[in-house]
Design a protein around this ligand. Structure first.
Ligand code: HEM
Length: 330
Protein backbone atom coordinates (compact mmCIF):
# COMPACT_ATOMS: atom_id res chain seq x y z
CA UNK A 1 0.00 0.00 0.00
CA UNK A 2 2.87 2.36 0.98
CA UNK A 3 4.55 1.88 -2.40
CA UNK A 4 1.31 2.58 -4.28
CA UNK A 5 1.33 6.05 -2.72
CA UNK A 6 5.06 6.76 -2.44
CA UNK A 7 6.09 5.63 -5.92
CA UNK A 8 3.96 8.15 -7.89
CA UNK A 9 4.89 10.89 -5.40
CA UNK A 10 8.61 10.12 -5.84
CA UNK A 11 8.31 10.06 -9.63
CA UNK A 12 6.33 13.34 -9.65
CA UNK A 13 8.90 15.03 -7.40
CA UNK A 14 11.73 13.76 -9.61
CA UNK A 15 10.08 15.11 -12.77
CA UNK A 16 9.27 18.49 -11.17
CA UNK A 17 12.87 18.75 -9.89
CA UNK A 18 14.25 17.94 -13.35
CA UNK A 19 12.03 20.60 -14.95
CA UNK A 20 13.08 23.19 -12.39
CA UNK A 21 16.72 22.38 -13.01
CA UNK A 22 16.83 22.00 -16.78
CA UNK A 23 13.95 24.24 -17.92
CA UNK A 24 13.82 26.93 -15.22
CA UNK A 25 17.60 26.67 -14.71
CA UNK A 26 17.37 26.71 -10.92
CA UNK A 27 20.72 26.01 -9.33
CA UNK A 28 19.66 23.04 -7.18
CA UNK A 29 20.97 19.48 -7.30
CA UNK A 30 19.02 16.95 -9.34
CA UNK A 31 17.30 14.43 -7.07
CA UNK A 32 16.20 11.06 -8.40
CA UNK A 33 13.70 9.65 -5.94
CA UNK A 34 12.16 6.40 -7.17
CA UNK A 35 10.98 4.32 -4.20
CA UNK A 36 10.83 0.99 -6.05
CA UNK A 37 9.75 -1.98 -3.95
CA UNK A 38 12.88 -3.69 -2.46
CA UNK A 39 15.28 -1.32 -4.29
CA UNK A 40 14.27 2.24 -3.36
CA UNK A 41 16.52 4.75 -5.08
CA UNK A 42 17.03 8.23 -3.66
CA UNK A 43 20.08 9.90 -5.18
CA UNK A 44 21.01 13.58 -5.12
CA UNK A 45 23.43 14.59 -7.85
CA UNK A 46 25.43 17.70 -6.94
CA UNK A 47 27.41 19.22 -9.82
CA UNK A 48 28.06 22.76 -8.60
CA UNK A 49 31.58 23.36 -7.23
CA UNK A 50 30.45 25.76 -4.48
CA UNK A 51 27.66 23.40 -3.38
CA UNK A 52 30.09 20.48 -3.26
CA UNK A 53 32.38 22.50 -1.01
CA UNK A 54 29.53 23.31 1.36
CA UNK A 55 28.83 19.59 1.67
CA UNK A 56 32.47 18.75 2.45
CA UNK A 57 32.58 17.98 6.16
CA UNK A 58 28.85 18.88 6.49
CA UNK A 59 27.45 17.37 9.73
CA UNK A 60 24.32 15.97 8.01
CA UNK A 61 26.17 13.83 5.47
CA UNK A 62 29.06 11.43 5.87
CA UNK A 63 31.25 8.96 3.99
CA UNK A 64 29.40 5.70 3.32
CA UNK A 65 31.01 3.55 5.97
CA UNK A 66 29.79 5.88 8.70
CA UNK A 67 26.98 3.31 8.63
CA UNK A 68 27.36 -0.48 8.76
CA UNK A 69 27.22 -1.98 5.27
CA UNK A 70 23.81 -3.59 5.86
CA UNK A 71 22.26 -0.20 6.73
CA UNK A 72 23.24 1.33 3.37
CA UNK A 73 20.85 1.20 0.40
CA UNK A 74 21.09 -2.19 -1.27
CA UNK A 75 21.95 -0.79 -4.70
CA UNK A 76 24.96 1.12 -3.32
CA UNK A 77 26.62 -1.88 -1.69
CA UNK A 78 25.75 -4.01 -4.73
CA UNK A 79 27.51 -1.48 -6.94
CA UNK A 80 30.56 -0.73 -4.77
CA UNK A 81 31.38 -4.40 -4.15
CA UNK A 82 32.20 -4.63 -7.86
CA UNK A 83 34.57 -1.65 -7.65
CA UNK A 84 38.00 -1.14 -6.06
CA UNK A 85 36.35 0.41 -3.00
CA UNK A 86 34.60 -2.42 -1.13
CA UNK A 87 35.40 -6.06 -0.49
CA UNK A 88 32.22 -7.99 -0.02
CA UNK A 89 33.44 -11.22 1.58
CA UNK A 90 35.47 -9.45 4.31
CA UNK A 91 33.19 -6.39 4.43
CA UNK A 92 36.12 -3.99 4.18
CA UNK A 93 35.96 -0.46 2.80
CA UNK A 94 38.76 1.65 1.33
CA UNK A 95 39.91 4.55 3.54
CA UNK A 96 38.08 7.24 1.51
CA UNK A 97 34.78 5.57 2.55
CA UNK A 98 35.51 5.73 6.26
CA UNK A 99 33.61 8.33 8.34
CA UNK A 100 34.51 12.01 8.75
CA UNK A 101 35.55 11.63 12.40
CA UNK A 102 39.31 11.54 12.40
CA UNK A 103 39.63 8.43 14.57
CA UNK A 104 43.13 7.17 15.45
CA UNK A 105 42.66 4.23 13.11
CA UNK A 106 41.88 6.63 10.25
CA UNK A 107 44.98 8.72 10.95
CA UNK A 108 47.25 5.66 11.01
CA UNK A 109 45.90 4.41 7.70
CA UNK A 110 46.25 7.86 6.12
CA UNK A 111 49.83 8.21 7.38
CA UNK A 112 50.84 4.95 5.65
CA UNK A 113 49.93 6.51 2.30
CA UNK A 114 51.74 9.75 2.99
CA UNK A 115 54.90 7.91 4.13
CA UNK A 116 54.96 5.40 1.29
CA UNK A 117 54.26 7.96 -1.44
CA UNK A 118 56.78 10.47 -0.11
CA UNK A 119 59.69 8.60 -1.75
CA UNK A 120 58.21 9.57 -5.14
CA UNK A 121 59.39 7.79 -8.29
CA UNK A 122 62.66 7.21 -10.11
CA UNK A 123 63.55 9.24 -13.20
CA UNK A 124 64.59 5.94 -14.82
CA UNK A 125 61.04 4.60 -14.41
CA UNK A 126 59.62 7.61 -16.22
CA UNK A 127 62.11 7.21 -19.07
CA UNK A 128 61.42 3.54 -19.54
CA UNK A 129 57.63 4.12 -19.46
CA UNK A 130 58.06 6.89 -22.06
CA UNK A 131 60.01 4.44 -24.26
CA UNK A 132 57.22 1.90 -23.92
CA UNK A 133 54.53 4.44 -24.79
CA UNK A 134 56.51 5.83 -27.72
CA UNK A 135 56.78 2.34 -29.14
CA UNK A 136 52.98 1.88 -28.97
CA UNK A 137 52.48 -0.03 -25.68
CA UNK A 138 48.93 -1.23 -24.98
CA UNK A 139 46.90 -0.02 -21.99
CA UNK A 140 47.56 -3.35 -20.27
CA UNK A 141 51.32 -3.03 -20.74
CA UNK A 142 51.21 0.51 -19.36
CA UNK A 143 49.16 -0.79 -16.40
CA UNK A 144 51.75 -3.48 -15.63
CA UNK A 145 54.56 -0.88 -15.57
CA UNK A 146 52.55 1.55 -13.43
CA UNK A 147 51.72 -1.17 -10.92
CA UNK A 148 55.45 -1.67 -10.49
CA UNK A 149 56.18 2.04 -10.15
CA UNK A 150 53.38 2.84 -7.68
CA UNK A 151 52.14 -0.33 -5.98
CA UNK A 152 55.31 -2.37 -5.43
CA UNK A 153 56.14 -0.08 -2.47
CA UNK A 154 53.14 -1.52 -0.57
CA UNK A 155 54.16 -5.15 -1.17
CA UNK A 156 56.59 -7.49 0.58
CA UNK A 157 60.13 -7.06 -0.75
CA UNK A 158 60.35 -10.72 -1.84
CA UNK A 159 57.66 -10.07 -4.46
CA UNK A 160 59.79 -9.18 -7.47
CA UNK A 161 56.93 -7.79 -9.51
CA UNK A 162 53.16 -7.64 -9.55
CA UNK A 163 52.31 -10.47 -11.97
CA UNK A 164 50.73 -9.59 -15.28
CA UNK A 165 47.87 -12.06 -14.55
CA UNK A 166 47.00 -10.08 -11.41
CA UNK A 167 46.98 -6.80 -13.33
CA UNK A 168 44.87 -8.39 -16.07
CA UNK A 169 42.34 -9.66 -13.52
CA UNK A 170 42.20 -6.42 -11.51
CA UNK A 171 41.42 -4.45 -14.65
CA UNK A 172 37.92 -6.01 -14.57
CA UNK A 173 36.84 -4.03 -11.47
CA UNK A 174 34.01 -1.64 -12.27
CA UNK A 175 34.79 2.02 -12.99
CA UNK A 176 33.03 4.62 -10.80
CA UNK A 177 30.09 4.58 -13.16
CA UNK A 178 26.72 3.09 -12.28
CA UNK A 179 25.75 2.65 -15.91
CA UNK A 180 28.73 0.32 -16.47
CA UNK A 181 27.44 -1.85 -13.59
CA UNK A 182 24.09 -2.30 -15.32
CA UNK A 183 25.63 -3.96 -18.38
CA UNK A 184 24.76 -7.65 -17.83
CA UNK A 185 27.64 -9.59 -16.28
CA UNK A 186 29.79 -6.54 -15.49
CA UNK A 187 29.02 -6.28 -11.77
CA UNK A 188 29.55 -10.00 -11.18
CA UNK A 189 32.86 -9.85 -13.05
CA UNK A 190 33.83 -6.78 -11.01
CA UNK A 191 33.19 -8.61 -7.72
CA UNK A 192 35.29 -11.55 -8.94
CA UNK A 193 38.17 -9.21 -9.87
CA UNK A 194 37.91 -7.34 -6.57
CA UNK A 195 37.98 -10.58 -4.56
CA UNK A 196 40.95 -11.94 -6.54
CA UNK A 197 42.92 -8.71 -6.05
CA UNK A 198 42.08 -8.70 -2.33
CA UNK A 199 43.35 -12.30 -1.97
CA UNK A 200 46.55 -11.42 -3.79
CA UNK A 201 47.11 -8.41 -1.51
CA UNK A 202 46.31 -10.46 1.60
CA UNK A 203 49.25 -12.70 0.74
CA UNK A 204 51.62 -10.09 -0.61
CA UNK A 205 51.03 -6.72 1.10
CA UNK A 206 53.59 -5.71 3.69
CA UNK A 207 52.56 -6.87 7.19
CA UNK A 208 50.66 -4.21 9.13
CA UNK A 209 49.20 -2.50 6.05
CA UNK A 210 45.46 -2.42 5.52
CA UNK A 211 44.73 -5.05 2.85
CA UNK A 212 41.69 -3.17 1.53
CA UNK A 213 43.72 0.02 1.05
CA UNK A 214 46.44 -1.86 -0.85
CA UNK A 215 43.77 -3.58 -2.97
CA UNK A 216 42.33 -0.18 -3.86
CA UNK A 217 45.76 1.14 -4.84
CA UNK A 218 46.37 -1.70 -7.29
CA UNK A 219 42.87 -1.16 -8.69
CA UNK A 220 43.30 2.59 -9.14
CA UNK A 221 46.68 2.35 -10.77
CA UNK A 222 45.91 -0.38 -13.29
CA UNK A 223 42.59 1.14 -14.32
CA UNK A 224 42.24 4.93 -14.03
CA UNK A 225 45.93 5.81 -13.86
CA UNK A 226 46.71 3.72 -16.97
CA UNK A 227 43.89 5.46 -18.86
CA UNK A 228 45.17 8.86 -17.67
CA UNK A 229 48.69 8.09 -18.94
CA UNK A 230 47.37 7.29 -22.40
CA UNK A 231 45.29 10.47 -22.30
CA UNK A 232 48.50 12.34 -21.59
CA UNK A 233 50.20 10.73 -24.59
CA UNK A 234 47.60 12.37 -26.85
CA UNK A 235 47.87 15.78 -25.16
CA UNK A 236 51.54 16.60 -24.87
CA UNK A 237 51.05 20.38 -25.17
CA UNK A 238 48.26 20.76 -22.61
CA UNK A 239 49.30 21.72 -19.07
CA UNK A 240 48.62 18.87 -16.63
CA UNK A 241 46.41 21.02 -14.42
CA UNK A 242 44.21 21.91 -17.40
CA UNK A 243 44.14 18.43 -18.94
CA UNK A 244 43.07 16.63 -15.78
CA UNK A 245 40.46 19.16 -14.76
CA UNK A 246 38.42 18.67 -17.97
CA UNK A 247 35.27 16.82 -17.00
CA UNK A 248 35.75 14.00 -19.50
CA UNK A 249 39.37 13.43 -18.42
CA UNK A 250 38.77 13.28 -14.67
CA UNK A 251 39.59 9.73 -13.58
CA UNK A 252 37.06 9.79 -10.71
CA UNK A 253 33.79 11.37 -11.89
CA UNK A 254 31.82 11.22 -8.62
CA UNK A 255 32.20 10.45 -4.93
CA UNK A 256 29.32 9.34 -2.68
CA UNK A 257 28.07 10.46 0.72
CA UNK A 258 25.17 9.21 2.81
CA UNK A 259 22.58 11.39 4.56
CA UNK A 260 22.84 10.81 8.32
CA UNK A 261 19.76 12.66 9.58
CA UNK A 262 16.63 14.25 8.17
CA UNK A 263 17.98 17.35 6.47
CA UNK A 264 17.40 19.73 3.60
CA UNK A 265 21.17 20.39 3.40
CA UNK A 266 21.00 24.16 3.96
CA UNK A 267 18.18 24.55 1.44
CA UNK A 268 19.83 22.48 -1.35
CA UNK A 269 17.02 19.91 -1.15
CA UNK A 270 13.36 20.79 -1.75
CA UNK A 271 12.24 18.13 0.74
CA UNK A 272 14.34 16.44 3.40
CA UNK A 273 16.83 13.69 2.67
CA UNK A 274 16.21 10.43 4.53
CA UNK A 275 18.81 9.06 6.96
CA UNK A 276 20.71 6.04 5.59
CA UNK A 277 18.58 6.04 2.40
CA UNK A 278 19.48 9.22 0.52
CA UNK A 279 22.84 9.01 -1.23
CA UNK A 280 24.48 12.26 -2.31
CA UNK A 281 26.72 11.90 -5.34
CA UNK A 282 29.22 14.75 -5.57
CA UNK A 283 30.09 15.18 -9.25
CA UNK A 284 33.67 16.25 -8.66
CA UNK A 285 34.52 16.02 -12.38
CA UNK A 286 31.97 18.78 -13.17
CA UNK A 287 33.36 20.84 -10.29
CA UNK A 288 36.98 20.30 -11.41
CA UNK A 289 36.17 21.82 -14.79
CA UNK A 290 34.20 24.73 -13.28
CA UNK A 291 36.93 25.58 -10.81
CA UNK A 292 39.97 24.48 -12.88
CA UNK A 293 41.20 22.82 -9.72
CA UNK A 294 42.97 19.52 -9.20
CA UNK A 295 41.58 19.64 -5.65
CA UNK A 296 38.32 18.47 -7.25
CA UNK A 297 39.98 15.88 -9.47
CA UNK A 298 41.45 14.47 -6.25
CA UNK A 299 38.81 15.36 -3.65
CA UNK A 300 35.98 17.72 -2.88
CA UNK A 301 37.75 21.00 -3.53
CA UNK A 302 39.75 21.48 -0.35
CA UNK A 303 42.83 19.98 1.25
CA UNK A 304 40.65 18.24 3.81
CA UNK A 305 40.75 14.51 3.06
CA UNK A 306 42.13 15.16 -0.41
CA UNK A 307 43.74 12.19 -2.15
CA UNK A 308 47.33 11.76 -0.90
CA UNK A 309 48.30 10.65 -4.42
CA UNK A 310 47.52 14.09 -5.91
CA UNK A 311 51.05 15.54 -5.83
CA UNK A 312 52.64 12.26 -6.90
CA UNK A 313 50.25 12.19 -9.88
CA UNK A 314 51.01 15.80 -10.83
CA UNK A 315 54.79 15.38 -10.59
CA UNK A 316 54.77 12.05 -12.39
CA UNK A 317 52.58 13.29 -15.24
CA UNK A 318 54.67 16.45 -15.59
CA UNK A 319 57.88 14.41 -15.84
CA UNK A 320 56.33 11.90 -18.26
CA UNK A 321 54.96 14.64 -20.48
CA UNK A 322 58.41 16.25 -20.72
CA UNK A 323 59.99 12.87 -21.56
CA UNK A 324 57.39 12.12 -24.23
CA UNK A 325 57.94 15.54 -25.78
CA UNK A 326 61.66 14.87 -26.20
CA UNK A 327 60.84 11.64 -28.01
CA UNK A 328 58.45 13.50 -30.32
CA UNK A 329 61.22 15.93 -31.26
CA UNK A 330 63.89 13.29 -31.91
C1 HEM B 1 44.49 9.04 -11.04
C2 HEM B 1 44.37 8.41 -9.92
C3 HEM B 1 43.54 8.83 -8.74
C4 HEM B 1 42.51 9.72 -8.62
C5 HEM B 1 41.87 10.58 -9.69
C6 HEM B 1 42.11 9.74 -7.24
C7 HEM B 1 41.07 10.49 -6.73
C8 HEM B 1 40.67 10.50 -5.40
C9 HEM B 1 39.52 11.21 -4.90
C10 HEM B 1 38.57 12.02 -5.71
C11 HEM B 1 39.47 10.99 -3.56
C12 HEM B 1 38.44 11.55 -2.59
C13 HEM B 1 37.35 10.56 -2.35
C14 HEM B 1 36.21 11.08 -1.52
O1 HEM B 1 36.23 12.24 -1.08
O2 HEM B 1 35.26 10.32 -1.30
C15 HEM B 1 40.58 10.14 -3.23
C16 HEM B 1 40.86 9.71 -1.95
C17 HEM B 1 41.95 8.93 -1.66
N1 HEM B 1 42.89 8.43 -2.54
FE1 HEM B 1 42.96 8.72 -4.51
N2 HEM B 1 42.91 8.88 -6.53
C18 HEM B 1 43.79 8.30 -7.41
C19 HEM B 1 44.74 7.35 -7.12
C20 HEM B 1 45.13 7.02 -5.87
C21 HEM B 1 46.22 6.15 -5.56
C22 HEM B 1 47.10 5.46 -6.59
C23 HEM B 1 46.30 6.08 -4.21
C24 HEM B 1 47.27 5.35 -3.34
C25 HEM B 1 48.47 4.94 -3.74
C26 HEM B 1 45.22 6.89 -3.66
C27 HEM B 1 44.92 7.06 -2.33
C28 HEM B 1 43.82 7.73 -1.83
C29 HEM B 1 43.45 7.75 -0.42
C30 HEM B 1 44.19 7.08 0.74
C31 HEM B 1 42.28 8.50 -0.31
C32 HEM B 1 41.48 8.79 0.97
C33 HEM B 1 41.93 10.08 1.58
C34 HEM B 1 41.20 10.38 2.88
O3 HEM B 1 40.03 10.08 2.98
O4 HEM B 1 41.86 10.92 3.76
N3 HEM B 1 44.53 7.45 -4.71
N4 HEM B 1 41.30 9.85 -4.37
Amino acid sequence: MGVIISLPIGIARTVVGALQKFVLRQNKPLRIDIPLPFIPIDVVLVTDAAQIMTLTNHPDVDHLHALPTDKLPFWSTWFFSGTRFHNKSHDKWFLAFEPQSEAAQYSERRKVFEDKLSSGFAGEDVKSLADQIASGASEEQVAVSLAQIVDARFMKSELNSIPVEVVRETRHVLPTNLVAALVPGNQKRGVQAQEATYSFCQKNAQPGLDVMDVTHNVGSVVTIMAVAVLKLKDNLDTPIEHLFTRKSNCPTPQVPRVVMRETNLNGLLRYPGRPSSTIVMLSISSAAEQANSLFFTFGTGTEWRACPFKDFFFNFMTALQAELKTRRQS
